[in-house]
Design a protein around this ligand. Structure first.
Ligand SMILES: Cc1cc2nc3c(=O)[nH]c(=O)nc-3n(C[C@H](O)[C@H](O)[C@H](O)COP(=O)(O)OP(=O)(O)OC[C@H]3O[C@@H](n4cnc5c(N)ncnc54)[C@H](O)[C@@H]3O)c2cc1C
Ligand SMILES: NC(=O)c1ccc[n+]([C@@H]2O[C@H](COP(=O)([O-])OP(=O)(O)OC[C@H]3O[C@@H](n4cnc5c(N)ncnc54)[C@H](OP(=O)(O)O)[C@@H]3O)[C@@H](O)[C@H]2O)c1
Ligand SMILES: *[C@@H]1O[C@H](CO)[C@@H](O)[C@H](O)[C@H]1NC(C)=O
Ligand SMILES: *[C@@H]1O[C@H](CO)[C@@H](O)[C@H](O)[C@H]1NC(C)=O
Ligand SMILES: *[C@@H]1O[C@H](CO)[C@@H](O)[C@H](O)[C@H]1NC(C)=O
Ligand SMILES: *[C@@H]1O[C@H](CO)[C@@H](O)[C@H](O)[C@H]1NC(C)=O
Ligand SMILES: *[C@@H]1O[C@H](CO)[C@@H](O)[C@H](O)[C@H]1NC(C)=O
Length: 545
């Protein structure tokens, strides 16, 4: 994906230089009479939604309900986002000094069509296809770490008998059922005039650019042509009045910059890499009878240890202490399988003699000087880099330049679904975008949004912080309902009160003992807005649940 990121980055730089010239930040400071509300210079009719995961599907639904003309672009061949499970794995991630992907050169003019043959530019068709849509980082027996009643989309129930820790496949069906319910699945045709296609799957948004008051999206769709064993690639552009970015958080594997890791990354045994990132893990059987080293101490590392433990001969986890862990003390959320041997952080992977005999003879030096050897397989459960779509405009870790509603303050016709909880917040967010862009909810002026942004008036913490997240929900309910009262529209509901007990029960049992009680919620109910908890600084870690 190196090529895609670089390309988007380049165009994003152009957009940024155009947009920041209109920065209003300096003006509001001196002005007494700043405008109260954002006004759009032209009506908003055509809206693009990028991403058909739980967030993008809800945004598209609300925008369609508001009678806007919607186009939903998704690089994967089907909806589901993170939950679209396949046996296909992502193309090999880049390691220090070892780049695996070769970028495709975009054409100079649009539209354009190109056919690819097997092995062209030394890339197999299969690799080209997987690089295009990026198979998901989900393994076969993954279960959710969020409870079923709060991990589903509106209007689509789980089987009442479903365990609370949902299988990824059940959740995939839930998300895809929601897509079907709203006519957004991959085979759905629009059922009402003007019968223009809404969805475009296997279509990657390559770049977006604002000019002439509209957003131009550069699009690329790949199609298999099985009869001729070729891939067809179409590039084209479309114009929009507004854009919703719902591209998710877990796309680029984070490969730690450990000395010698590039050397180890090329080693294979029986044609398979001995070192993988957790995004490519699918089944534990491959680890039968082996000595496995897992790097990392978070949700992926611990979950994988529990899945692999019954198969592996020996299981080792290399972890480092951090602010969430007191020394190496781990709570329920981060619990390794009992047989896991915990060792310190890795200082270096010592050079291997060759790259076709695996890594068993290799030596790993730990930070305390101990040598670890006899390892057959390494799984890097080291998380994801927080780069995202148009990283130059909006850093997802710091949510730069975004109002609390997700609108890009420099130009509120661009909006991000970034809150991290796609089940309970994305519905409010999508409804809000639809209302704002059809004039049914007023968005504060850019000057006021900047002022609130600077004084951190609306900061609600990361999605793991249940109480600040409750603050965000309250803010949505209060704002949207007051706008509906003023300008028309349906009221939105807060989460039912009984979900508090459900969250307490689930968190205390599965994540952290005695972490939440009813009083935590009622205490929060009684706090005035000015005293709502804020995250310590603008940085927050994107974690779900
Ligand atoms: C291993 C793992 C386990 C998880 N477990 C849980 C859990 O138990 N509970 C929970 O609540 N959350 C969990 N999550 C978080 C998960 O991200 C959310 O549940 C949810 O999928 C987020 O929805 P989303 O729509 O915002 O993003 P996503 O589901 O990631 O969807 C984003 C979509 O945008 C598409 N896209 C991206 N870029 C482009 C582009 N340029 N052009 C076109 N399309 C594009 C992607 O293909 C993708 O389909 C987990 C995440 C991971 C990685
Ligand atoms: N449903 C599920 O059960 C499930 C399963 C897997 C993942 N998920 C979700 O997926 C998301 C990502 O989780 P994740 O566990 O893949 O990533 P993560 O939470 O970002 O954790 C990455 C881990 O790698 C460690 N790490 C990073 N660089 C390292 C280095 N150089 N040396 C040693 N350790 C290093 C980190 O340590 P530090 O903390 O010290 O940085 C951390 O322990 C989360 O939202 C999670 O909830 C859910
Ligand atoms: C690998 O790719 C990165 C950007 O994706 C680039 O900066 C770097 O120079 C490349 N390295 C090699 C060895 O090709
Ligand atoms: C959308 O259009 C339909 C059909 O014209 C109409 O019944 C409905 O009220 C409209 N919805 C909104 C939110 O304007
Ligand atoms: C912008 O508008 C001008 C004048 O109408 C036109 O010549 C130009 O092609 C347009 N540019 C884009 C990118 O649409
Ligand atoms: C690792 O480095 C050694 C010494 O430089 C070299 O001989 C070997 O081929 C490298 N191995 C791999 C797998 O790159
Ligand atoms: C819940 O309330 C207790 C008692 O006031 C407090 O110590 C604890 O920090 C609160 N928990 C959270 C998650 O806010």
């Amino acid at each position: 994906m190196g090529g895609f990121t670089a390309h988007a980055f380049l165009l994003a730089t152009i957009i940024r230089s155009a947009l920041t010239q209109q920065t209003v930040f300096d003006r509001w400071k001196d002005s007494d009479d700043i405008p109260e509300w954002t006004t759009f210079s032209r009506p908003i009719n055509r809206v693009a939604v990028i991403g058909a995961g739980p967030s993008g599907l809800q945004a598209a639904t609300h925008l369609l309900d508001a009678n806007l003309t919607v186009r939903l672009f998704e690089r994967a061949p089907s909806p589901g986002g993170n939950w679209f499970y396949t046996e296909e794995t992502p193309v090999r991630e880049d390691y220090p000094e070892v780049n695996s992907t070769t970028p495709d050169t975009p054409p100079k003019e649009f539209p354009a069509t190109k056919y690819y043959e097997e092995g062209e530019d030394c890339i197999t068709l299969d690799e080209r296809w997987r690089a295009h849509w990026q198979p998901r980082p989900v393994w076969y027996n993954l279960r959710t770490n969020s409870p079923a009643p709060l991990t589903r989309l509106p209007g689509v129930q789980h089987n009442p008998d479903t365990p609370w820790l949902l299988s990824a496949h059940d959740l995939e069906r839930n998300v895809r059922a929601y897509a079907s319910l709203h006519g957004l699945n991959s085979n759905d045709e629009p059922s009402s005039p003007p019968y223009l296609p809404i969805t475009s799957y296997a279509t990657r948004v390559e770049a977006i650019q604002k000019s002439n008051e509209t957003w131009t999206l550069t699009l690329r769709r790949l199609q298999w042509l099985p009869e001729s064993r070729r891939l067809r690639s179409d590039w084209w552009t479309e114009e929009f009045d507004a854009v919703v970015v719902a591209t998710g958080h877990f796309t680029t594997a984070n490969i730690p910059q450990i000395k010698g890791i590039g050397n180890w990354s090329t080693a294979k045994e029986n044609g398979q890499y001995s070192m993988i990132h957790s995004q490519s893990f699918r089944h534990p059987e491959r680890y039968a009878g082996k000595t496995v080293l897992i790097v990392g101490a978070s949700v992926s590392a611990t979950h994988l240890s529990r899945i692999i433990a019954p198969f592996a001969h020996r299981l080792v986890a290399s972890i480092r202490p951090n602010k969430y862990r007191d020394g190496y003390g781990l709570d329920i959320l981060f619990s390794f399988a009992a047989k896991t041997e915990i060792v310190p952080e890795i200082a270096s992977f010592e050079p291997l003699d060759g790259n076709d005999a695996g890594i068993r003879a290799g030596r790993i030096t730990l930070v305390d000087g101990t040598i670890l050897d006899g390892i057959d397989e390494v799984i890097l459960a080291t998380g994801y880099r927080t780069d995202t779509f148009l990283p130059d405009l909006v850093n997802p870790r710091t949510v730069d330049n975004l109002d609390w509603t997700g609108h890009y303050i420099h130009d509120p016709t661009l909006a991000y679904m970034f809150t991290g909880n796609p089940w309970t917040h994305a519905g409010y967010q999508g409804y809000a975008f639809a209302k704002v862009w059809t004039g049914k909810a007023r968005l504060p002026s850019r000057e006021r949004m900047w002022r609130d942004y600077e004084n951190k008036k609306y900061q609600f913490g990361g999605p793991f912080d249940h109480l600040p997240q409750e603050g965000l929900r309250k803010q949505y309910v209060a704002w949207l309902n007051s706008e509906s009262l003023e300008l028309g529209g349906q009221f939105v509901e807060p989460l039912p009160l009984e979900t508090r007990e459900l969250v307490n029960y689930f968190i205390n049992a599965n994540h952290r003992k005695d972490y939440l009680s009813h009083e935590n919620w009622t205490h929060f109910d009684n706090l005035p807005f000015s005293e709502w908890p804020k995250p310590p600084d603008r940085e927050y870690k994107v974690v779900s649940w």
